[in-house]
Structure formats: C-alpha cells, structure tokens
Design a binder for this molecule. Structure first.
Ligand code: GSH
Length: 191
C-alpha cells in the first residue's frame, strides 16, 4: 500500500492528493505537523519537506516527480494528453509553476508589488484559458492539477477576487466539478 506523508495546508501535497484521488489509488496518509516536524522525515526526504510517498520501503519526494511517477504507475485514467507535443506542454506548465507560485508567496509575505505580479500571472492564465478549456489543451491534465492548489488558495485564503479573470474562473468551476478537486476546496475551507 502507498503511504503519503502529507500536510493538509500544503499545496504541493494537494497536487499529489488530487492525482491519487483521480486514479483511485488506495493509500495510507501520515500527517506531518510542519511546525514541529519529526526528525525521521529527513530520512525520507533530505529537505524535510512534504509531500513524500513510500511504497514497500521505496521513498519518493518532490510533487512534480511524484505526479509523473503516479501517471506511469497508474496510467488509468490518463492525466497526460496522448499527443507528445501536448504532453510536453503539460510538463512545461508544471515545470514553470513557480511563475505563479512565486508571486503567490510574495503576496502572502506582503511584499511590495506582489499583488500586481500575481494579477499579471492570473491574467496570463486567463488569456491561455480563453483559447482552450484546460491549460494544456482540450484535456484535463497534470498541468491543471499542478497549479489549481494555488489558485484555490489565492481565492479562498488570500481573498483575491477571480471575477476579473472570467476564463480562469470558468476553468476553476470546471475543475471543481471533479470530486478530487472539490475535496481540496473542502480542505482549504478548514485551513
Ligand atoms: N519542491 C517541493 C516543495 C515542497 C514544499 O515546499 N513543502 C512545504 C509545505 S507546502 C514544506 O514541507 N515545508 C517545510 C519546510 O520548508 O521546511 C515539492 O514540489 O514537493
């Protein structure tokens, strides 16, 4: 059985939780208190960070790598497009996720100009989503899962109105119809 070392408030963990839920993987969850981390978590991940997964003593950290692993280990339902170019685009969007997450954390830290930088990224995503229903094209994929935890937290924890970004708002509503993503909105509501 797969074990997920998890923290409810962690958006990187949310990526993994969503993929696991989409694929219906049976798992055991070990919640890590990030303000008082157990020393043994460093044996599983040298950075001490979550998420980490473990299967039969084999351990893997890093949310982007875990998502890719789960996609290969549990190919159904697929969360990468069939076309290699579209797959590459989905991976590129995950790889460049910090374009959104950097201004998100800067805004949380109340840094000067961070709100403008965050709005610029929301506008960029909105522009992309005016042309297609999902970030990597016509299909829901790891590209969407890779970024939706921060968009949910931007709306529900940072109180940023998404109305000025109608295509992004419609995308979020589309994603929230999926039980795996709706469960994350429920978690965010408890934070
Ligand atoms: N690059 C890592 C980042 C994970 C990460 O930053 N997790 C945070 C919680 S959201 C954490 O464990 N923080 C504890 C710390 O930084 O010491 C990933 O994608 O998994």
């Amino acid at each position: 059985m797969l074990t997920l070392y998890d923290a409810p408030r962690c958006p990187y963990c949310a990526r993994v939780r969503i993929v696991l839920a989409e694929k219906g993987v049976e798992l055991e969850v070990v919640e890590i208190d990030l303000s008082d981390r157990p020393a043994w978590i460093y044996e599983k991940n040298s950075t001490g960070r979550v998420p980490v997964i473990e299967e039969d003593g084999w351990v893997l950290p890093e949310s982007a790598v875990i998502m890719e692993y789960l996609e290969e280990r549990h190919p159904d339902p697929p969360l990468l497009p069939a076309d290699p170019a579209d797959r590459a685009l989905a991976r590129l969007l995950v790889f460049r996720g910090d374009e959104v997450t950097d201004p998100y954390y800067a805004f949380r830290r109340k840094e000067d100009g961070a709100r403008e930088r965050l709005d610029a990224q929301l506008a960029r995503l909105d522009a992309v989503l005016h042309g297609r229903p999902y970030l990597a094209g016509s299909e829901y994929s790891l590209a969407d899962i890779g970024i939706v935890p921060w968009i949910l937290r931007t709306r529900d924890m940072l109180g940023v109105e998404l109305d000025p970004f109608p295509a992004l708002t419609a995308w979020l509503e589309r994603l929230l119809e999926r039980p795996a993503v709706a469960a994350e909105a429920d978690i965010v509501a408890t934070l």
